[in-house]
Design a protein. Structure first.
Length: 174
């Protein structure tokens, strides 16, 4: 029996996915990586990067398009503060997923039509990536991705782009 593949992602594919190639040769395209798929960069050659996926599959990509993941912050070993506790956000994610699952079932069973399904799911938004003890959780109410190693919750990225002085997000006036 072989040891399990140790996967530690270094990057993710961009939000619209990423074309792959069997070798660093643009004339031999392969399949596309899924949007935001975690990958590990194993090799580079100029702008080309060979990435490895969690299942061990590898391919070459345009490395300039990859989104780097920072190293996760270390746990502190101290009790959680309310602001660091991931449980409220996990509960909100569970509730949104349960609502979506229920509505999919109602639509599949013919209890609601497509327009009703779309209307009732319009405000359901969630995002979560779980990799062993690590979790990246999207909280759209706060407009942030959070990272949790199980011991604390830390802001990882924001959904909205930075605002320069004198401008307003989404074009809103002050």
């Amino acid at each position: 029996m072989t040891a399990p593949f140790d996967f530690d992602p270094t990057h993710v594919a961009p939000a619209d996915g990423l074309q792959t190639w069997a070798s660093p040769d643009p004339s031999r395209p392969s399949v596309r990586l899924d949007p935001l798929l975690p990958v590990r960069v194993a090799d580079s050659s100029g702008n080309w990067s060979r990435v490895v996926c969690s299942n061990g599959w590898s391919a070459w990509v345009d490395g300039r398009m990859l989104v780097a993941l920072p190293h996760p912050p270390p746990g502190t070993g101290r009790p959680l503060t309310p602001a660091e506790d991931p449980r409220p956000l996990l509960a909100a994610l569970e509730q949104a997923l349960a609502s979506y699952r229920r509505l999919v079932g109602e639509y599949a069973d013919g209890l609601i039509d497509l327009e009703t399904f779309r209307d009732r799911t319009r405000n359901l938004r969630l995002g979560a990536v779980l990799d062993g003890p690590s979790a990246w959780l999207l909280d759209l109410d706060q407009g942030r991705w959070y990272y949790s190693d199980g011991t604390r919750l830390q802001t990882y990225a924001t959904v909205e782009p930075p605002v320069s002085e004198g401008s307003h997000p989404r074009g809103d006036a002050a």
